[in-house]
Design a binder for this molecule. Structure first.
Ligand code: UDP
Length: 239
Protein backbone atom coordinates (compact mmCIF):
# COMPACT_ATOMS: atom_id res chain seq x y z
CA UNK A 1 0.00 0.00 0.00
CA UNK A 2 1.35 3.47 -0.89
CA UNK A 3 2.23 5.57 2.12
CA UNK A 4 -0.04 8.53 2.91
CA UNK A 5 1.45 12.02 2.88
CA UNK A 6 -0.80 13.09 5.77
CA UNK A 7 -1.23 11.86 9.34
CA UNK A 8 -4.36 13.78 10.41
CA UNK A 9 -6.88 15.41 8.11
CA UNK A 10 -10.27 17.04 8.15
CA UNK A 11 -12.71 15.94 5.47
CA UNK A 12 -15.58 18.25 4.60
CA UNK A 13 -18.50 16.45 2.98
CA UNK A 14 -21.43 18.63 1.97
CA UNK A 15 -25.01 17.58 2.44
CA UNK A 16 -25.34 17.73 -1.34
CA UNK A 17 -22.72 14.99 -1.63
CA UNK A 18 -24.75 12.67 0.62
CA UNK A 19 -27.87 13.37 -1.40
CA UNK A 20 -26.47 11.65 -4.48
CA UNK A 21 -28.71 12.16 -7.50
CA UNK A 22 -31.85 12.54 -5.38
CA UNK A 23 -33.36 16.00 -4.94
CA UNK A 24 -33.46 15.78 -1.14
CA UNK A 25 -32.31 13.72 1.83
CA UNK A 26 -29.74 10.97 2.06
CA UNK A 27 -28.86 8.32 -0.50
CA UNK A 28 -27.61 5.48 1.71
CA UNK A 29 -25.56 3.94 -1.12
CA UNK A 30 -23.68 7.25 -1.45
CA UNK A 31 -23.18 7.48 2.33
CA UNK A 32 -21.88 3.88 2.27
CA UNK A 33 -19.45 4.74 -0.54
CA UNK A 34 -18.09 7.82 1.22
CA UNK A 35 -17.76 5.69 4.38
CA UNK A 36 -15.73 3.10 2.44
CA UNK A 37 -13.39 5.89 1.26
CA UNK A 38 -12.93 7.01 4.88
CA UNK A 39 -12.35 3.37 5.92
CA UNK A 40 -9.63 3.15 3.27
CA UNK A 41 -7.95 6.25 4.75
CA UNK A 42 -8.14 4.73 8.24
CA UNK A 43 -6.58 1.50 6.92
CA UNK A 44 -3.68 3.63 5.67
CA UNK A 45 -3.24 4.94 9.22
CA UNK A 46 -4.60 8.42 8.54
CA UNK A 47 -6.60 10.00 11.37
CA UNK A 48 -9.80 11.43 9.96
CA UNK A 49 -12.17 14.07 11.31
CA UNK A 50 -15.26 14.76 9.21
CA UNK A 51 -17.46 17.82 9.08
CA UNK A 52 -20.77 17.14 7.37
CA UNK A 53 -22.98 19.78 5.80
CA UNK A 54 -26.75 19.94 5.87
CA UNK A 55 -27.74 21.56 2.58
CA UNK A 56 -29.53 18.38 1.45
CA UNK A 57 -31.98 18.87 4.30
CA UNK A 58 -32.22 22.55 5.14
CA UNK A 59 -30.51 25.92 4.70
CA UNK A 60 -31.30 28.89 6.92
CA UNK A 61 -31.31 31.31 3.98
CA UNK A 62 -34.30 29.41 2.56
CA UNK A 63 -36.36 30.50 5.59
CA UNK A 64 -35.01 34.06 5.51
CA UNK A 65 -35.76 34.46 1.78
CA UNK A 66 -39.44 33.77 2.51
CA UNK A 67 -39.62 36.31 5.34
CA UNK A 68 -38.94 33.87 8.19
CA UNK A 69 -36.45 34.23 11.01
CA UNK A 70 -32.92 33.50 9.80
CA UNK A 71 -31.69 32.33 13.18
CA UNK A 72 -34.43 29.71 13.47
CA UNK A 73 -33.71 28.66 9.90
CA UNK A 74 -30.04 28.24 10.73
CA UNK A 75 -30.96 26.17 13.78
CA UNK A 76 -32.94 23.92 11.43
CA UNK A 77 -29.94 23.71 9.10
CA UNK A 78 -27.62 22.75 11.95
CA UNK A 79 -30.05 20.04 13.05
CA UNK A 80 -29.92 18.74 9.46
CA UNK A 81 -26.16 18.28 9.80
CA UNK A 82 -26.78 16.03 12.83
CA UNK A 83 -29.07 13.80 10.77
CA UNK A 84 -26.34 13.54 8.11
CA UNK A 85 -23.67 12.84 10.73
CA UNK A 86 -25.75 9.98 12.15
CA UNK A 87 -26.24 8.55 8.66
CA UNK A 88 -22.52 8.65 7.89
CA UNK A 89 -21.68 7.18 11.32
CA UNK A 90 -24.11 4.33 10.61
CA UNK A 91 -22.41 3.65 7.26
CA UNK A 92 -18.97 3.65 8.93
CA UNK A 93 -20.09 1.32 11.73
CA UNK A 94 -21.43 -1.12 9.13
CA UNK A 95 -17.79 -1.36 8.00
CA UNK A 96 -16.71 -1.91 11.65
CA UNK A 97 -15.01 1.50 11.77
CA UNK A 98 -15.02 2.87 15.31
CA UNK A 99 -16.84 6.19 14.92
CA UNK A 100 -18.09 8.91 17.22
CA UNK A 101 -20.35 11.88 16.50
CA UNK A 102 -19.58 15.10 18.40
CA UNK A 103 -22.20 17.80 18.11
CA UNK A 104 -21.69 21.54 18.60
CA UNK A 105 -25.27 21.61 19.93
CA UNK A 106 -25.80 19.42 22.99
CA UNK A 107 -28.19 16.53 22.53
CA UNK A 108 -26.80 13.91 24.92
CA UNK A 109 -29.47 11.32 24.18
CA UNK A 110 -28.31 11.23 20.57
CA UNK A 111 -24.58 11.92 20.48
CA UNK A 112 -21.70 13.36 22.47
CA UNK A 113 -21.19 17.09 22.74
CA UNK A 114 -18.20 18.66 21.05
CA UNK A 115 -15.17 19.73 22.98
CA UNK A 116 -11.64 19.94 21.65
CA UNK A 117 -10.49 17.65 24.47
CA UNK A 118 -12.98 14.93 23.57
CA UNK A 119 -12.20 15.26 19.87
CA UNK A 120 -8.47 14.83 20.47
CA UNK A 121 -9.12 11.95 22.87
CA UNK A 122 -11.26 10.03 20.36
CA UNK A 123 -8.79 10.66 17.54
CA UNK A 124 -5.94 9.36 19.67
CA UNK A 125 -8.02 6.20 20.22
CA UNK A 126 -8.15 5.73 16.44
CA UNK A 127 -11.80 6.68 16.05
CA UNK A 128 -13.23 8.55 13.12
CA UNK A 129 -14.74 11.70 14.60
CA UNK A 130 -17.73 13.24 12.84
CA UNK A 131 -18.35 16.84 13.78
CA UNK A 132 -22.06 17.68 13.67
CA UNK A 133 -24.02 20.87 14.30
CA UNK A 134 -21.68 23.12 12.31
CA UNK A 135 -20.08 25.76 14.52
CA UNK A 136 -23.16 25.76 16.75
CA UNK A 137 -23.86 29.37 15.70
CA UNK A 138 -26.26 30.85 13.17
CA UNK A 139 -24.92 32.93 10.26
CA UNK A 140 -22.06 30.47 9.76
CA UNK A 141 -21.65 27.54 7.41
CA UNK A 142 -20.25 24.06 7.74
CA UNK A 143 -17.28 25.22 5.62
CA UNK A 144 -16.40 27.56 8.48
CA UNK A 145 -16.97 24.68 10.90
CA UNK A 146 -14.51 22.61 8.82
CA UNK A 147 -11.82 25.31 9.07
CA UNK A 148 -12.52 25.75 12.79
CA UNK A 149 -12.41 22.04 13.63
CA UNK A 150 -9.32 21.54 11.44
CA UNK A 151 -7.51 24.20 13.49
CA UNK A 152 -8.76 22.72 16.77
CA UNK A 153 -7.63 19.16 16.02
CA UNK A 154 -4.37 20.25 14.38
CA UNK A 155 -5.29 18.79 10.98
CA UNK A 156 -2.55 19.11 8.36
CA UNK A 157 -5.09 19.90 5.65
CA UNK A 158 -8.78 20.38 4.95
CA UNK A 159 -10.02 18.01 2.25
CA UNK A 160 -12.98 19.66 0.64
CA UNK A 161 -14.91 17.05 -1.31
CA UNK A 162 -16.90 18.68 -4.10
CA UNK A 163 -18.86 17.72 -7.20
CA UNK A 164 -15.79 18.35 -9.43
CA UNK A 165 -12.09 17.50 -9.17
CA UNK A 166 -10.75 20.88 -8.11
CA UNK A 167 -11.17 24.63 -8.46
CA UNK A 168 -11.86 25.80 -12.00
CA UNK A 169 -11.55 29.20 -13.67
CA UNK A 170 -15.30 28.95 -14.43
CA UNK A 171 -18.05 26.40 -13.83
CA UNK A 172 -16.77 23.37 -15.82
CA UNK A 173 -20.34 22.08 -16.18
CA UNK A 174 -21.32 25.26 -18.04
CA UNK A 175 -18.09 26.51 -19.66
CA UNK A 176 -16.13 24.06 -21.86
CA UNK A 177 -13.09 26.39 -21.70
CA UNK A 178 -12.91 26.26 -17.90
CA UNK A 179 -9.50 25.15 -16.66
CA UNK A 180 -8.55 23.56 -13.35
CA UNK A 181 -5.99 25.27 -11.13
CA UNK A 182 -3.29 22.93 -9.78
CA UNK A 183 -2.35 25.33 -7.00
CA UNK A 184 -3.62 28.61 -5.61
CA UNK A 185 -2.90 30.63 -2.50
CA UNK A 186 -5.63 31.37 0.05
CA UNK A 187 -5.28 35.04 -0.95
CA UNK A 188 -5.87 34.23 -4.63
CA UNK A 189 -9.02 32.27 -3.78
CA UNK A 190 -10.31 35.29 -1.87
CA UNK A 191 -9.21 37.90 -4.44
CA UNK A 192 -10.63 35.99 -7.42
CA UNK A 193 -13.84 35.29 -5.50
CA UNK A 194 -13.59 31.59 -6.35
CA UNK A 195 -16.66 29.90 -4.94
CA UNK A 196 -15.05 26.93 -3.28
CA UNK A 197 -15.50 27.65 0.41
CA UNK A 198 -16.98 30.74 2.00
CA UNK A 199 -14.73 33.70 2.78
CA UNK A 200 -14.72 33.13 6.56
CA UNK A 201 -13.58 29.53 6.08
CA UNK A 202 -10.75 30.43 3.68
CA UNK A 203 -9.62 33.31 5.92
CA UNK A 204 -9.56 31.06 8.99
CA UNK A 205 -7.60 28.41 7.11
CA UNK A 206 -5.13 31.06 5.93
CA UNK A 207 -4.71 32.46 9.43
CA UNK A 208 -3.86 29.00 10.73
CA UNK A 209 -1.70 28.03 7.71
CA UNK A 210 -3.95 25.08 6.86
CA UNK A 211 -3.93 24.04 3.20
CA UNK A 212 -7.26 23.28 1.52
CA UNK A 213 -7.31 20.41 -0.96
CA UNK A 214 -10.28 20.42 -3.29
CA UNK A 215 -11.14 17.09 -4.95
CA UNK A 216 -14.10 15.13 -6.26
CA UNK A 217 -15.91 13.24 -3.52
CA UNK A 218 -17.72 11.16 -6.14
CA UNK A 219 -14.59 9.35 -7.33
CA UNK A 220 -14.48 5.96 -5.58
CA UNK A 221 -11.03 5.59 -3.99
CA UNK A 222 -10.28 9.23 -4.82
CA UNK A 223 -9.78 10.27 -1.21
CA UNK A 224 -7.09 7.61 -0.63
CA UNK A 225 -5.37 8.58 -3.88
CA UNK A 226 -5.22 12.23 -2.86
CA UNK A 227 -3.94 11.24 0.60
CA UNK A 228 -0.95 9.56 -1.04
CA UNK A 229 -0.18 12.67 -3.08
CA UNK A 230 -1.81 11.57 -6.36
CA UNK A 231 -5.16 12.19 -8.03
CA UNK A 232 -6.74 15.27 -9.56
CA UNK A 233 -7.10 18.19 -7.19
CA UNK A 234 -6.40 21.83 -6.50
CA UNK A 235 -4.13 22.61 -3.56
CA UNK A 236 -4.76 25.94 -1.83
CA UNK A 237 -1.69 26.75 0.21
CA UNK A 238 0.50 29.71 1.06
CA UNK A 239 3.68 27.64 0.97
N1 UDP B 1 -25.50 26.32 9.69
C1 UDP B 1 -25.39 27.32 10.66
N2 UDP B 1 -24.20 27.43 11.34
C2 UDP B 1 -23.13 26.64 11.10
C3 UDP B 1 -23.25 25.64 10.11
C4 UDP B 1 -24.44 25.51 9.42
O1 UDP B 1 -26.31 28.06 10.90
O2 UDP B 1 -22.10 26.80 11.78
C5 UDP B 1 -26.81 26.12 9.01
C6 UDP B 1 -27.05 27.09 7.87
O3 UDP B 1 -28.43 27.40 7.82
C7 UDP B 1 -26.64 26.27 6.66
C8 UDP B 1 -27.14 24.89 7.05
O4 UDP B 1 -26.87 24.82 8.46
O5 UDP B 1 -27.23 26.70 5.47
C9 UDP B 1 -26.47 23.74 6.34
O6 UDP B 1 -25.07 23.91 6.31
P1 UDP B 1 -24.27 24.19 4.95
O7 UDP B 1 -25.08 25.12 4.08
O8 UDP B 1 -22.91 24.62 5.30
O9 UDP B 1 -24.27 22.73 4.34
P2 UDP B 1 -23.62 22.16 2.98
O10 UDP B 1 -23.73 23.25 1.93
O11 UDP B 1 -22.21 21.84 3.27
O12 UDP B 1 -24.43 20.94 2.68
Amino acid sequence: MTQPVYKRVLLKASGEALMGSQGFGIDVTVADRIASDIAEARAMGVEVGVVVGGGNIFRGVAVASKGGDRVTGDHMGMLGTVINALALATSLRKLSIDTVVLSAISMPEICESFSQRQALHHMAQGRVVIFAGGTGNPFFTTDSAAALRAAEIGAEAIFKGTQVDGIYSADPKKDPHATRFDTLTHGEVLEKGLAVMDVAAVALARENSIPIIVFSIHEKGGFAQILTGGGLKTIVSDN
